[in-house]
Design a binder for this molecule. Structure first.
Ligand SMILES: Cc1cc2nc3c(=O)[nH]c(=O)nc-3n(C[C@H](O)[C@H](O)[C@H](O)COP(=O)(O)OP(=O)(O)OC[C@H]3O[C@@H](n4cnc5c(N)ncnc54)[C@H](O)[C@@H]3O)c2cc1C
Length: 451
């Protein structure tokens, strides 16, 4: 295939949030962007096939909201117009630690509560409205087509027996990506992987309920004794998404009676009072594939040029920590900065233009090498307690785990008693402060004073 004589095209595999964000960026640098997705893409806000997580609560970190606005200016306003509440992560979220509820404090940590389906549909609407983005639904990618020297990917094979050519191919096929197998089929080595599984399962449903003094409630699981937790959020249309979670295999059932019985044993009077007045308006759905899983493609000794992988296909987090969307958006912005540097064309305000093939040489390696910078923080955040859960499940708790568990218990006491510690806690989880902020002198002093 002589790519120098064909129009410059990019192919994105998977139309989840990572794929859509990538397509948005590629639109600025390519003549044509093809989006390959096996499932139909509805024109409205309904949950769609291929996104089983759409039935569960979704939070966007404060940083994630900023990144979303950078890629899709005005989207926050659009979500507001669709009736989604805006929340302050300190003031409007009731966090129920085992040691008591955290004081609610004003912060600058703004975010938006929306259903996953609405958020994805609004992002999709923006991307599909771009003149050079072409969705090809009903097609599943089955393999990579490389050049004769196996140095670069030139196309993807699809399950209809055809191929889709592209000067750049971006794989965003999600948590269950079969990319390691496809790379092996194309003659590349096996990438190292890492899995940390806290055995978390979800059950969620939509409810109608009276307004509360809070917009969202979080009851975290705490290793080793508190396997059960709850996440409740007010969404568009004044409906409430209630997600019950269980770690270490203690999963909530997906029938109304069992769901409520599970909630009773949360031992949380606020949740009990909420559910007593709540009326279900949707079926309950379960989800149990919540393990933290990452594939270190950047460590592979050989990597095909003109081929990138991003989103959950590289690094999928335990969804409890609400990190995946923000990370996927950050990766799209990473690609934008690399393409802008290579083409010498700045975006979004400056002129944009088509990337030449020569400008793409080496881009794939550079992108994969830099990708861990976008996932590192979220990975540490999501696996910190999950690694302790995983060892606890396997009966291999270490002395260090016990020390960390002791520290966390004291930290929760401090956060439940002290507004400043509660605010620091929120800042760390919203990626507005590094995790080391929870080891700062003020927090330590509070802990030494016994919370
Ligand atoms: C239960 C649950 C709750 C979550 N809650 C949150 C949250 O609160 N906050 C947050 O930030 N993140 C959350 N996440 C994570 C978040 O959804 C993802 O991190 C983020 O959307 C990026 O996903 P993705 O686009 O990489 O993958 P996906 O959303 O999985 O999309 C992958 C796409 O690829 C398509 N595909 C698959 N195979 C092929 C193929 N062979 N060919 C072509 N296309 C293919 C699929 O159909 C799908 O459309 C949650 C995840 C789960 C499971």
């Amino acid at each position: 295939m002589d790519t120098s004589s064909t129009p410059r095209s990019a192919v994105v595999l998977g139309a989840g949030i990572a794929g859509l964000a990538m397509a948005r960026v590629l639109h600025d640098f390519f003549d044509a962007v093809v989006l390959v997705e096996p499932h139909p893409l509805p024109a409205d806000d309904r949950p769609r096939g291929g996104v089983p997580q759409a039935h569960h609560i979704h939070g966007l970190t404060a940083r994630g909201l900023d990144l979303m606005e950078e890629l899709f200016p005005g989207l926050d306003r659009e979500l507001e117009d669709a009736g989604t509440p805006r929340l302050d992560h300190g003031r409007d979220v009731l966090t129920c630690f085992p040691t008591g509820n955290a004081p609610r404090v004003d912060t600058d940590l703004g975010s938006r509560l929306s259903s996953r389906a609405l958020m994805e549909a609004r992002i999709r609407g923006r991307v599909l409205a771009l003149p050079n983005v072409e969705p090809r639904t009903g097609l599943r990618v089955t393999g990579l087509v490389t050049d004769a020297a196996r140095s670069a990917v030139r196309a993807v094979a699809t399950d209809d027996g055809g191929t889709v050519p592209g000067d750049l191919v971006v794989d965003t096929t999600g948590r269950f990506s079969r990319l390691p197998r496809r790379l092996a089929d194309a003659g590349f080595p096996t990438p190292p992987t890492r899995t940390i599984d806290a055995g978390v399962g979800y059950a969620s449903g939509l409810f109608e309920a009276p307004d509360q003094s809070w917009l969202a409630l979080i009851q975290p699981t705490v290793c080793p004794d508190r396997t059960r937790g709850a996440y409740i959020g007010k969404l568009e249309g004044s409906r409430w998404m209630v997600t019950l979670v269980g770690a270490c295999g203690d999963h909530p059932p997906a029938d109304q009676e069992g769901f409520r019985a599970f909630a009773d044993r949360l031992d949380n009077p606020v949740v009990a009072a909420f559910l007593a007045e709540a009326r279900p308006v949707s079926p309950l759905h379960r989800y149990v594939r919540t393990e933290n899983h990452r594939t270190d493609y950047h460590r592979m000794p050989a990597w095909p040029d003109r081929f990138l992988v991003a989103g959950d296909a590289v690094c999928a987090f335990n969804p409890l920590y609400g990190q995946g969307i923000g990370v996927a958006l950050e990766q799209a912005l990473l690609l934008r900065s690399l393409l802008a540097a290579r083409t010498g064309r700045s975006t979004p305000s400056g002129p944009v233009g088509v990337a030449g093939v020569a400008e793409l040489t080496g881009l794939a390696r550079e992108f994969q090498r830099r990708l861990p910078r976008t996932t590192g923080y979220a990975w540490r955040m999501s696996t910190f307690q999950d690694a302790i859960w995983a060892r606890h499940r396997a009966g291999r708790t270490t002395r260090r785990d016990r020390a960390v568990t002791w520290y966390l218990d004291r930290l929760y006491r401090a956060a439940a008693a002290d507004p400043a510690t509660a605010a620091t806690f929120a800042r760390v989880f919203q990626r507005a402060a590094p995790p080391t902020a929870l080891l700062g002198p003020r927090v330590l002093l509070r802990i030494l004073r016994g919370g």
